[in-house]
Design a protein around this ligand. Structure first.
Ligand code: PLP
Length: 387
């Protein structure tokens, strides 16, 4: 075993990846994307009416085995619209991990609802369901088939489990809690296209699942997202709302409620088709990169490369190392040295509950999330890093 040292780790990563620079995650794209985008331009339909939107949705549907798919402009608005169609309103509470991307939490706030922060565990970076069950048992009273927060008097209506860095969270635990406490479930699978739990695609367990195709994801449409559901009524509502609530008519402009202009343009969808065709190749490369990193980190004391858990098939979107407690004071030095050598490693997110807009919101004990923030570093993870 090699002795832990930030310099040694950076040098070994540099030897592995080559000269650099090495961003955290870069998109892989080429001729096929250009061809597909050209086809949309030639058809003169680059906007939301173009044929590639439906084709892209069909591809996602087939790949995820989700009954219904609606593509839209980004993952954040996918979560927003999911909560909206599940009737989350001003003053409702929504349980959400403190350890997530801020978009997850902003989507709750856009509706005037209240985020209520819950803890995550280092085992899979997702919600600690045992701890949450204990917490909810203390703070909740069930009235008229609804969970009422005894302290605030508000209804806790939904939970957003987040699958972090490509890895499934304890989704079975979340589904059990949702039954016990009468919660709607919106899965944030933004980072998880290509990830499965017990052979079921992430985002297809809850009432609604949300994906992101932002430029930093495993497949991208530039910017984009999708909502997955097995419920036709929900899907119809979503499609209607994201299409400005326009009633079908050949020429009249009739809108039956305040809708949103959230649909994905055909230009982006065409790009996405070229990307989705390569998903199996991307997944192979991600695994290859994992094995390469594993060869390095197996040799160093005090640091472990995160490996998918039993029953999980991860897309390994971001490769992740976990520092042993006694070495976590080196975290910032490691990231800083890495940046100096153009190895752009990143820490996990700051806890959203500690950021200015969300400091005063309801929260449970968040020691697990703090532990993750202290011990975890993401490594450069682009599929293009391996051949
Ligand atoms: C966990 C998580 N949730 C939500 C989002 C929001 O997706 P988007 O950037 O497409 O709005 C992202 C990605 O950026 C994410 O990583």
């Amino acid at each position: 075993m090699l002795k832990f040292s930030p310099n040694l780790i950076i040098n070994l990563i540099k030897n592995l990846l080559g000269k650099g620079p090495h961003p955290l995650h870069e998109p892989s794209m080429g001729r096929e994307e250009i061809d597909f985008v050209n086809r949309t331009i030639k058809k003169n339909f680059v906007s939301t009416k173009g044929i590639y939107v439906q084709k892209f949705e069909k591809r996602i549907q087939n790949y995820t085995n989700s009954k219904y798919v609606s593509s839209l402009i980004n993952g954040t608005q996918a979560i927003f619209i999911a909560l909206k169609v599940l009737n989350i309103k001003s003053n409702d509470e929504v349980l959400v991990p403190a350890l997530t991307f801020i978009g997850t939490v902003n989507a709750i706030t856009y509706l005037g609802a209240e985020p209520h922060f819950v803890d995550s565990r280092i085992d899979d970076f997702g919600i600690d369901c045992k701890k949450l069950e204990n917490y909810l048992s203390k703070i909740v009273v069930i009235k008229n088939n609804k969970s009422v927060n005894k302290k605030t008097g508000r209804i806790i209506k939904a939970i957003i489990p987040v699958h972090v860095f490509g890895h499934p969270c304890d989704i079975e635990g979340v589904m059990n809690l949702s039954k016990k406490f009468k919660l709607k479930v919106v899965e944030d699978a933004a980072e998880c296209f290509g990830s499965f739990y017990k052979k079921k695609h992430l985002g297809t367990f809850g009432d609604i699942g949300c994906l992101s195709f932002n430029g930093n994801k495993i497949i991208t449409t530039g910017g984009g997202g999708a909502v997955l559901t097995s419920n036709k009524k929900i899907n119809d509502k979503i499609k209607h709302l994201i299409t400005t609530a326009k009633v079908e008519h050949k020429w009249e402009y009739i809108h039956d409620q305040v809708g949103f202009n959230f649909r994905l343009p055909s230009l982006n969808a065409a790009f996405g088709i070229a990307q989705i065709k390569k998903i199996n190749q991307f997944l192979k490369l991600k695994r290859k990169l994992f094995l390469k990193y594993q060869n390095v980190f197996n040799k160093i004391e005090g640091v472990k490369l995160y490996k998918e858990k039993k029953h999980s098939k991860s897309n390994y979107w971001l490769q992740t190392i976990i520092l042993e407690k006694k070495f976590c004071h080196f975290k910032n030095a490691l990231i800083k040295n890495g940046h100096k050598k153009k190895i752009y490693m990143r820490p996990a997110w700051r806890l959203i509950s500690e950021l200015k807009p969300y400091k005063k919101k309801q929260k449970m004990n968040l020691d697990g999330s703090r532990k993750i923030y202290k011990q975890v570093i993401n490594l450069p993870s682009s599929q293009a890093l391996v051949k």
